[in-house]
Design a protein around this ligand. Structure first.
Ligand code: GLN
Length: 549
């Protein structure tokens, strides 16, 4: 087997930045000229995170092929500049689902179906599929991040599976990296290694001896301390690395390079000796740390207090900022606080306003009010998914005179559903028409993944993209209702982006406004620091121009 596997586990506590570490290691190895892929294995029982509240689990990231995944896949795409797919994300739920279906089909021929070997075999098959049936050919390196923390009950089958893979494939093909916390106790004036020792002990008790220990710490740890960790945890002294807090997350690959992490990985996995070409990363960090302008953007939404819920959105705005040499300061505005009385005071002083995606009626009237404010006061406005639906409702009510305009999501019995539930659409990936049962509101029933969209000439969108056909990712149930298209068009709403068959509205804009664009898809999922998304770039530019005026 050509592919080498790197497994990343986490110890002590969650939120240590395992996803970023995995993505940064991937970026470094890619910079050495290797073909790299990454996979996330999540121990929770949900089949995918699509049914989870973003306040609990953060953003649901969507891939081109329509998988609803953990937000770490967003990091992987942003750091590796490659498109992830369903095969890059598995949960316990998905794995058990497959095993149970096989059992029902009689595939196990009378065997008692057990965690070992049936669940572990299925996990191993998911991991090996990265190498075996990859249409783009087997990667040189596959990085697999195991979600959760070592010691969690749910994680055991995954750890057992990777333990077995080391025996199956051999030392030169499998590497274990353990990310742990080395806290600094200011009262004692020193870093503490005990939590790391315990976490590694736990890992070794299930048969996994880490090869590399990455120590998350506030400041770099000393050589003495690395030696101590090496001794107590049974790893080579030059295999203990610091993973310090950095100013911005795109510095991590450079920091890891300075630490020599890729060198050590290359030696342990017998990868070709090459130097990483980090010009692109250096240039990015250089630009990011020397931004000339400032721009203030208001995000009017419901989960605004929880940064993880809009991860890709914040990143995409940062990328759009870097592309304009602007530092984007974000103001999070709870839409429930916006009323016709408070709107002027709350939104005054913003250079641009963005209404992101969301679900449910709570806070919707505030979003609509914010959009009216942006439209009338000519403040650059960017609406995404629910943000577009609200923009249509606002225009219908306040410009086209359809006073009761709303969405079927907010009132299924409303008379004027300008946004309605789509029960049928053309799935270009499967080349068939998809039908939806209105009574089913469960996981995986939305319009998901990348769909093509044709842009009208002379639109903000067409100018931003510099082409007239695009492919963007979706995650929604409701859609613009074509019964209202001509009335809204007559009232001045411009339908600038449509599905190739002309049936689905993907982008609306208005004239006589510096920049007002709302899209049904989620452009934030496709923005990367090296390739900032055109719409975010254009929106930040418009906001910057607004500030200067
Ligand atoms: N709730 C809306 C829908 O399902 C919008 C979804 C979203 O913003 N992602 O259509």
């Amino acid at each position: 087997m050509k592919t080498k596997f790197i497994f990343i586990t986490g110890g002590v506590l969650s939120s240590l930045g395992k996803g970023l570490a995995a993505a940064s290691i991937g970026a470094l190895l890619k910079a050495r000229g290797l073909k790299v892929t990454i996979q996330k294995l999540d121990p929770y029982i949900n089949v995918d995170p699509g049914t989870m509240n973003p306040l609990q689990h953060g953003e649901v990231f969507v891939t081109d092929d329509g998988a609803e995944t953990d937000l770490d896949l967003g990091h992987y795409e942003r750091y590796l500049n490659v498109s992830m797919s369903k095969k890059n994300s598995y949960t316990s739920g998905k794995i058990y689902n497959t095993v149970i279906s096989k059992e029902r089909r009689g595939d196990y021929l009378g065997a008692t179906v057990q965690v070992i070997p049936h669940i572990t075999d299925e996990i191993k098959a998911c991991i090996l599929s990265l190498a075996n049936d990859n249409p783009e050919g087997a990667p040189d390196v596959a990085i697999i991040e195991i979600g959760g923390t070592v010691g969690d009950i749910e994680g055991l089958p995954f750890l057992e599976a990777i333990r077995q893979l080391r025996s199956d494939l051999g030392r030169e093909h499998v590497l274990f990296i353990h990310l742990t916390l080395v806290p600094y106790l200011s009262s004692a004036g020193e870093h503490k290694t005990k939590p790391t020792q315990h976490s590694v002990k736990e890992l070794r008790s299930i048969g996994i001896q880490p090869d590399i220990i990455l120590c998350r710490c506030e400041k770099p740890i000393s050589a003495d301390l690395k030696n101590k960790i090496s001794l107590f945890c049974n790893v080579e002294p030059d295999a203990v690395f610091s993973d310090v807090d950095v100013n911005n997350i795109y510095e991590v690959p450079l920091y890891f390079y300075e630490e020599g992490i890729d060198q050590k990985i290359a030696i342990l996995l017998r990868l070709p000796a090459r130097n990483a070409d980090l010009c692109g990363w250096k240039k990015l960090v250089q630009e990011y740390t020397n931004l000339e302008h400032k721009v203030k953007i208001g995000i009017v939404g419901k989960y605004v207090e929880f940064i993880e819920a809009y991860k890709s959105l914040y990143e995409a705005l940062t990328h759009g900022g870097i592309a304009n040499s602007a530092s984007v300061s974000l103001e999070f505005i709870n839409s429930e606080e916006i009323t016709p009385k408070t709107v002027d005071a709350i939104l005054a002083g913003l250079d641009g306003i963005l209404v992101p995606g969301g679900f449910g009626i709570r806070g919707v009237e505030g979003k609509i009010e914010a959009i009216r404010y942006a439209r009338e006061n000519k403040v650059p406005f960017f609406g995404i998914c629910l943000g577009m639906q609200c923009a249509v409702i606002e225009y219908a009510r306040n410009v086209a005179g359809i006073k009761d305009a709303t969405s079927e999501e907010f009132n299924p019995n409303a008379a004027e559903k300008v946004i309605y539930l789509m029960t049928e659409w053309y799935d270009y990936r499967k080349n068939t028409v998809v039908h939806r049962d209105k009574s089913v509101d469960a996981g995986g029933t939305m319009r998901l993944g990348a769909y093509p969209c044709v842009l009208s000439e002379n639109s903000h969108a067409c100018r931003a993209y510099g082409r007239d056909e695009i492919l963007e990712r979706h995650r929604h149930r409701y859609e613009f209702n074509n019964a209202y298209r001509s009335r809204l068009e007559e009232a001045g709403l411009e339908f600038c982006g449509l599905s190739p068959d002309g049936k689905l509205v993907e982008i609306v804009e208005i004239d006589n406004h510096p920049w007002f664009l709302a899209c049904q898809f989620h452009p934030e999922f496709k923005s990367t620091p090296m390739n900032p998304h055109p719409l975010f770039k254009a929106f930040v530019k418009a906001s910057l121009d607004n500030r200067k005026n």
